[in-house]
Design a protein around this ligand. Structure first.
Ligand code: MG
Ligand code: MG
Length: 250
């Protein structure tokens, strides 16, 4: 069932989303070579819990142990922060975070450069950002879920990149993962129709090489099967009468 949120619920999600955005901005300020992904996680959890009533959405979700997902280079999503995973100069790290506030969630991700990165990594980040923007632009009353995926796919494949198929965006609200699924591929005018009050997490996962995935032995970390670089950007977006409203904007 696709849930429609009231204006009041959307305002609560926007407040959760602001905490999410500020958490990711903090990650961008502190990330540096030599720090561990657990250092990022500790800072994110402390920051989120410093807001009255706010808690990390991921901690305990399906048994996930941490506040962030931190996915380095060839890791696509769901990397588990660890004191043993140190960030290297020239790496990229995708940071995904959710916040639960007054019964509702918000969800966003960004991919950060660690120090100076190669031109091909810069281009991947730029194109994945463009994919997210193109998907969000289609999140309008009367469009369909397939319009979002189609727009993302056009930008990614137009740049020669791969679109991950096994992982998709999602509705979000009182539950972290709600219907509908929001694939990053698809056909225009296909899938559920978008209605005012729907809230969606739109989240392109884009690869330089082939988009096939495999899951590591920790049962969480999803990587590119061919070892190519991957990036992930995400916003939680409300469908409004005035067009898409990004609830996790900085
Ligand atoms: Mg996320
Ligand atoms: Mg999500």
């Amino acid at each position: 069932m696709i849930t429609i949120k009231s204006p009041r619920e959307i305002e609560v999600m926007a407040r959760a989303g602001r905490i999410v955005a500020e958490t990711l901005a903090l990650m961008g300020r502190i990330v540096r070579p030599g720090m561990s992904t657990e250092d990022l996680d500790d800072a994110a959890e402390t920051f989120i819990r410093s807001h009255d009533g706010a808690t990390p959405s991921f901690k305990g979700l399906y048994g996930f142990p941490k506040t962030l997902c931190t996915s380095i280079d060839t890791e696509i999503v769901h990397g588990i922060p660890s004191s043993r995973r140190l960030l290297s100069e020239g790496s990229i790290v995708s940071v995904d975070v959710g916040v639960h506030l007054e019964g509702l969630h918000a969800d966003s991700a960004t991919t950060l450069a660690v120090g100076t990165i190669a031109a091909e990594a810069e281009r991947l980040l730029e194109v994945t950002r463009q994919c997210l923007a193109a998907g969000i632009a289609e999140a309008r009353v009367g469009n369909h879920v397939g319009d979002i995926g189609h727009a993302v796919q056009q930008v990614a494949e137009g740049a020669g990149y791969g679109v991950v198929r096994e992982l998709v965006g999602h509705g979000i609200g009182a539950r972290f993962h709600e219907e509908p699924q929001v694939p990053n591929y698809g056909s225009p005018r296909r899938g559920p129709r978008l209605l005012e009050g729907m809230t969606l997490a739109i989240e392109p996962m884009i690869t330089i090489g082939d988009p096939a995935t495999r899951t590591l032995g920790d049962k969480w970390t999803v990587v590119t099967a061919d070892g190519s670089l991957s990036a992930h950007f995400e916003h939680t977006v409300a469908i409004t009468a005035n067009g898409p409203r990004i609830l996790t904007a900085a």
